[in-house]
Design a protein around this ligand. Structure first.
Ligand code: ARG
Length: 252
């Protein structure tokens, strides 16, 4: 029998004083990042990462608790033991591998450039970006790439959440947003607020920035936990659970 899965949302401030049961596994996540992690109208945490994470926890027979943490402090929070894993659409790349241990990749979406439908920005090239504002989430690989490639031609606006970026885009303060494709699709292309398009190609290279897909991050000494997650992930892929979630969140 599987243990009942209890998911408790704890703000990081709350967590400091709370006694967390020994067998409870805490997972750090930056919300909102729709459709990967976000809240329903009733405030319940959901999304592809959340549902897949919960399925993994059920599979390894652990109680899991999601701990909401701002993106720019998400790796330090893992190191400080505020939680034991990060499942937050974090791309596996060499730089992060220097600090954390990653699971196998569980999802490999490209990044993409999004502009208002009537924008004249062409395949992001320095000349069409001159004087424009690029919006990114601070501390993401999209931030690193945009800053390194176009930081001299364009102004880079860094937002603490993807939602703040989308709000400013709707308000006309951002000319082009650089996001993980599924997030831009859900928050811009499929939104009711504005009329957006993708410009240029989907970006997956260079690997130095765009890495190997999304992985779950652990402290380096937690190889055993990472192995359990990998095994559970493989089972969920074999038994169709992964595909069900994939269809639910990413099919048209
Ligand atoms: N995939 C990108 C990265 O790893 C962005 C992830 C942001 N995730 C989030 N939940 N805000 O840099």
């Amino acid at each position: 029998m599987k243990k009942l899965l209890t998911i408790t949302l704890l703000g990081s401030a709350l967590l400091a004083g709370s006694a967390v049961a020994q067998d409870t596994l805490r997972i750090g996540v930056d919300v909102p990042y729709e459709p990967m992690e976000y809240r329903t109208a009733d405030g319940e945490l959901t999304g592809f990462d959340i549902e897949l994470g919960n399925a993994i926890c059920e599979e390894i027979d652990r109680k899991c608790e999601w701990v909401v943490q701002a993106w720019d402090g998400i790796i330090p929070g893992l190191m400080a033991r505020k939680y034991d894993a990060i499942m937050s659409s974090m791309t596996i790349n060499e730089e992060r591998k220097g600090t954390v241990l990653f699971s196998d990749p569980y999802f490999q979406p490209p990044s993409a450039w999004f502009t208002p439908q009537d924008s004249s920005i062409d395949f992001p090239a320095k000349q069409t970006l001159e004087g424009k504002t690029i919006g990114v989430q601070r501390g993401t690989l999209q931030d690193n790439y945009a800053t390194d490639m176009f930081g001299d031609a364009a102004e880079i606006s860094r937002y603490s959440t993807a939602d703040d970026l989308v709000l400013d885009m709707d308000a006309g303060r951002v000319d082009i947003a650089f996001l993980d494709f599924p997030v831009g699709k859900s928050t811009l292309l499929d939104s009711e607020e504005g009329d957006y398009k993708v410009v240029g190609e989907m970006i997956t290279e260079p690997k130095k920035y765009f890495g190997e897909g999304f992985g779950i991050a652990f402290r380096k000494r937690d190889q055993e936990l990472a192995d359990q997650f990998n095994e559970a992930l493989a089972t969920l892929k074999d038994n169709g659970t992964y595909q069900e979630l994939y269809n639910k969140y990413f099919s048209e």
